[in-house]
Design a protein around this ligand. Structure first.
Ligand SMILES: Nc1ncnc2c1ncn2[C@@H]1O[C@H](COP(=O)(O)OP(=O)(O)O)[C@@H](O)[C@H]1O
Ligand SMILES: N[C@@H](CC(=O)OP(=O)(O)O)C(=O)O
Length: 446
């Protein structure tokens, strides 16, 4: 049996859902359908998840209710679903505004999750209307249990036994992606783009033969196609390569979604809803790789910022880093990377988790506690990740990367190599990030 996940772009309207239904019917092993909320129908459009975020901030807005309702009705109408059957979807949109939540974070999570929930309910109704046997499987009934925060949930291990016990037979199982339930029965969502995680959880829970992830590109490319024109398609890559690339900007597959697949040894196939016969990209254990390039891909991300500090003889002082980490802990700030030299330390953070006031307080405390000669906050920071299992067997990869950048006059703020033997991470100014990706990609593929 195959678990098949479709992203928001594949479910944006009726004609897209029609392609999805055809893809599901084309292979009898495709039984589990994990869905995102309807995505953008054009570049200027707004995702249903983003409409729901607005609605959470203004639940009395009839305009927002109507906008959300219209997105689902447009799909229902395309398939000729009777209004009476659609009534339950409409009722859920209105009911959200009347529900009392314990706090704002729980309320926002519940609103966001309804993008997927209502879409899965609607798709099950449409399948049945078309004479296809299908049931809606809510994460609560499946036993998808999560811990962590309301907007950044982590799956609990109990989930996998629960999924195995879920009773189903020959019918399609339509599962909403993106959320689970906490121990106190509240909805909590994964990070944005997290429907991929649900697909991976289902694939591990049911020990699927394959996890197919359908999106709007025919493969994962060696560079973001929005930066490099017609980049090389990656036919196959390892879990670890995908994780590094997804983390650093290849949003085509969520980085956290790799973990359940790795644990369950499930092969992932990223494919295109608009071109389903294309082979797509296979993501496999490194032992199963049959192709090898010097580099597999190069990604960039602007979601980082850095604290830089300099003090002579930093290397001699016992407990220096610990003091800084205790301050970060106090302010609930997690760090991503910490490259260091004898007198210097850079702490790279994910900007999305911090506001500027908190960082100022933390910086003031660091100044007080460790008295650095220089303490700076770099907002203008982009990370470039150059990834490839093939790097292990090639000498001079770093030289080639640095040459690619220096010949285009792109300055490097930081280099981190070694921790992961298949990736080199570089820090550059945000304005240089796209050029850096294009430069490295061009030099390595020529
Ligand atoms: N290296 C890459 N290869 C393919 N697509 C990429 C890459 N980097 C970024 N993308 C972008 O990822 C998009 C697909 O991801 P996403 O928008 O999350 O899809 P979905 O709506 O299916 O969840 C593509 O349209 C493309 O613009
Ligand atoms: N709808 C959620 C989860 C998701 O995975 O969406 P998409 O498949 O459109 O990336 C989001 O917008 O974050």
């Amino acid at each position: 049996m195959k678990v098949v996940k479709f992203g928001g772009s594949s479910l944006a309207n009726g004609p897209q859902l029609e392609k999805v239904i055809n893809i599901m019917q084309a292979d009898s092993a495709r039984q589990i359908l994990v869905v995102s909320a309807p995505g953008k129908r054009s570049a200027e459009d707004i995702k249903v998840t983003d409409l729901l975020i607005q609605y959470a901030g203004d639940p009395s807005s009839e305009i927002l209710q109507k906008k959300i309702y219209d997105r689902y009705w447009e799909i229902a109408e395309y398939f000729g679903l009777p209004v009476e059957k659609f009534a339950q979807i409409k009722a859920q949109i209105t009911k959200l505004a009347q529900t009392n939540f314990v706090n704002a974070a729980d309320q926002l999570a519940a609103f966001k999750a309804h993008g997927e929930k209502l879409n899965a309910m609607l798709i099950a109704l449409i399948f049945n209307h078309l004479g296809l046997p299908a049931i809606y499987a809510d994460p609560k009934a499946l036993g998808i249990l999560v811990t962590g925060t309301a907007d950044s949930a982590q799956v609990s291990e109990f989930t996998y036994q629960n999924i195995k016990r879920f009773p189903f037979d020959e019918e399609y199982l339509i599962v909403p992606g993106f959320y689970g339930y906490t121990a106190d029965d509240q909805i909590a969502t994964f990070a944005r783009g997290g429907s991929d995680i649900t697909g991976s959880i289902m694939a591990r829970g049911l020990n699927a033969e394959l996890y197919e992830n359908f999106t709007d590109v025919s493969a994962i490319y060696a560079a973001n196609p929005n930066i490099v024109a017609h980049p090389r398609a990656i036919s196959q890559m390892s879990y670890k390569e995908m994780r590094e690339l997804a983390y650093a900007g290849f949003q085509v597959f969520n980085d956290e979604a790799l973990i359940p697949a790795i644990q369950g040894k499930i092969t992932i196939n990223v494919k295109n809803t608009n071109d389903p016969s294309a082979p797509g990209t296979l993501i496999v254990p490194d032992t199963e790789l049959t192709t090898s390039h010097k580099i597999t891909g190069v990604a960039n991300s602007n979601r980082f910022a850095a604290i830089y500090l300099h003090r002579y003889l930093l290397n001699k002082e016992v407990g220096f880093t610990l003091k800084i980490l205790q301050i970060l802990l106090k302010y609930n700030i997690s760090y991503e990377h910490m490259p260091s030299g004898i007198d210097d330390l850079t702490i790279i953070l994910d900007k999305s988790q911090i506001d500027s006031q908190i960082i100022q307080l933390a910086m003031a405390e660091i100044q007080q506690a460790v008295k650095p000669d220089i303490l700076e906050w770099y907002e203008d920071y982009a990370i470039i990740m150059v990834v490839g299992e093939g790097m292990r067997n090639h000498v001079g990869v770093l030289t080639d990367i640095l040459n690619a950048l220096s010949t285009r006059n792109i300055g490097v703020k930081m280099i981190n190599q070694g921790a992961s033997r298949i990736a080199v991470m570089l820090g550059v100014a945000q304005a240089d990030a796209a050029n850096a990706v294009a430069a490295i990609y061009t030099d390595f593929t020529n």
